[in-house]
Design a protein around this ligand. Structure first.
Ligand code: ARG
Length: 576
């Protein structure tokens, strides 16, 4: 257990023995000479005991004795009172050493299991059929996958869903375009069918400028699709299958998968039959009303949000209608309910540009009583900005993901001749770049930063791990007969490394509970940097008394890095 948590438990016990009730905060003192951790609890509890003590400081002094008595595992080495009543703790090295052993025995991922017994649906990626898989979808895939991993690590039962954009009036246009100008044979044979579909879709719009009747044709085809017309359904299904040729390649390269609907995810079309009944229900409940122009909208109390349209005047449904139907179905499906029947946590990993839209959706779902505050979460990602000219746009204005993946691999080949290694490095580089900062920040996409062995990058992280593994391999090749010795001083740098290792589970818990993988990245990067300084400063294999201890440190670092990177969805390499 991490030391802070262990100390907190001792303090909680001490206070509850005294019948006092305060929330305990532990801080790292700015100056190391005040110890490892410090608390102002004597000051904040003083109100409750001021009859008995003259000052918070007096109270702190008396608490010290009781805390010592409760420290059965002897994790505190020194305890002192400073200033107006701060209590400072210096923790025992032997406690940190014990923790080191536990990491090596693989027992350390003791998260605060706040997710135990709870269910969570994490919805991510969600590309659109017959459209390019964009950088935004890439971000959603990477971030969503990591959030799902983190929630799983915290005890949740996690359902991984992909809300494919596979329904909507655009399919009427797509069908018309395929029938008029497309060649199914050719699309099927193409290495990138989506590219062909996009070209056809673009052509539809060009032609429709000249010949507006095409729009009517498209509407008619979408109607047919809705009514289950065989030809329309078959073409639509082909669009899905063609798109999945591309999506599957991307998911495979990223090592990402989904659990729902046999790994495909429940796309918008799955909810089609639930849409009209939903609209009726919302009208009956008075939450939705038919507006002046004949469209149906959700109106919010006191106009706190602008109205949300759920049916157009011609009766056709929208993106929002399908989202509401999705969430109602999720809420009612026993598979997703917690044991007590309560709603699961439902997370949408979607670009920040849809923030207002999701506010409308979540608020509507609250008003309907489906979900409570906090059960619906929008994990947002920011935009990627590309430096002009750096990314080829010869295929039009879109950035094709395949190009990005290929380019990343090409760049990673600078480090290695091995294709498989380059592939792993390139994916790690892209993922790390996406995860290392708060997800909603917009970032400049910069290859120099992404594929870089020196800086805060995926390759740097993989390299630190591979270096640790190489030390361990060498150690096992030439084992010495030395006995374990404890007759040496642990240096401050080594102590920092020990403390850092001790913080892993706390950081994972924070990343999970705030749906923010970047905390974990920051932590892992700090750990890797500490490890590199340690490695550069001290002999490991050639040290005498310290050899065992230092090798244990290296091993614990390698275990922690690999567990952490796995939670980010990043595969490690034993050698680079
Ligand atoms: N397909 C949508 C898009 O590409 C994203 C879907 C996000 N999820 C949702 N439940 N609306 O913009």
């Amino acid at each position: 257990m991490d030391k802070e948590l262990a100390l907190k438990e001792i303090l909680e016990k001490t206070l509850s023995d005294l019948g006092l009730n305060v929330s305990i905060k532990l801080e790292k003192p700015a100056d190391e000479k005040f110890g490892d951790l410090s608390s102002n609890l004597a000051m904040s509890a003083y109100e409750q005991v001021k009859e008995e003590f003259n000052s918070p400081r007096d109270f702190a002094l008396s608490l010290v004795q009781k805390i010592k008595a409760n420290d059965l595992a002897k994790i505190i080495e020194e305890i002192s009172v400073a200033g107006p009543g701060f209590i400072n703790f210096k923790l025992n090295d032997s406690y940190l050493l014990e923790n080191l052993k536990q990491i090596i025995q693989n027992k350390n991922l003791e998260l605060k299991n706040f997710g135990q017994g709870k269910k969570a649906i994490v919805e991510y990626s969600s590309p659109n059929i017959a459209k390019p898989f964009t950088i935004g979808h890439l971000r959603s895939t990477i971030i969503g996958d990591s959030v799902a991993n983190l929630l799983e690590a915290s005890g949740h039962e996690v359902f991984r869903d992909n809300h494919l954009g596979d329904w909507g009036t655009q399919f009427g246009k797509q069908i018309v375009a395929i029938k008029k100008w497309g060649n199914e044979e050719e699309i099927s044979q193409s290495a990138n069918p989506v590219e062909k579909l996009v070209a056809l879709y673009v052509k539809f719009h060009e032609e429709a400028e000249k010949n507006p009747e095409l729009e009517d044709e498209a509407r008619a085809w979408f109607k047919k699709l809705e009514n289950g017309d065989e030809e329309a359904r078959a073409l639509w299904q082909k669009c899905i299958d063609w798109s999945f040729i591309e999506f599957a390649k991307i998911y495979q390269a990223l090592g990402v998968s989904f659990t729902e609907n046999n790994g495909r995810g429940y796309g918008e079309s799955f909810f089609e039959e639930m849409l009209q009944p939903l609209i009726e229900e919302l009208k009956k409940q008075g939450i939705a009303k038919t507006g002046e122009e004949g469209a149906v909208l959700i109106f919010y109390p006191n106009d706190e949000l602008s109205p949300l349209m759920i049916a157009k005047k011609d009766g056709s449904t929208l993106y929002a209608t399908r989202d509401l139907a999705t969430d109602k179905w999720r809420r009612e499906n026993p598979l997703y309910q917690n044991a007590d029947g309560s709603a699961p946590l439902v997370i949408n990993e979607v670009g920040g540009e849809q923030t207002f839209y999701f506010q409308q959706i979540y608020r509507a779902e609250e008003l309907l009583g489906w979900y409570e505050k906090g059960q619906r979460v929008h994990v947002k990602h920011g935009l990627y900005r590309f430096k002009e000219g750096k990314m080829s746009t010869r295929k039009g204005n879109v950035i094709w993901l395949e190009e990005v993946l290929n380019k990343a691999k090409e760049k990673a080949m600078a480090f290695t001749k091995d294709e498989a290694i380059a592939e792993t490095v390139s994916i790690a580089a892209l993922k790390w770049n996406d995860l290392k900062r708060k997800s909603e920040i917009n970032i400049n996409f910069d290859w120099e930063e992404i594929i870089n062995l020196q800086g805060n990058s995926g390759p740097y992280m993989l390299y630190a791990y591979a270096r640790a593994k190489s030390i361990l391999r060498k150690a096992s090749e030439n084992e010495t007969k030395q006995n374990e010795s404890s007759n040496f001083e642990i240096s401050p740098l080594e102590k920092s490394l020990l403390s850092s290792l001790d913080e892993f589970s706390k950081v994972v818990a924070r990343s999970a509970s705030e749906f923010s993988p970047h905390y974990l990245c920051t932590y892992l990067f700090d750990l890797a940097q500490l490890f590199n300084s340690f490695y550069n400063k001290y002999p490991i294999l050639n040290s005498s008394l310290e050899r065992q201890f230092r090798l244990q440190l290296v091993e614990a670092v390698s275990i922690t890095l690999s567990k952490g990177l796995a939670l980010l969805g990043i595969k490690t390499l034993e050698k680079m």
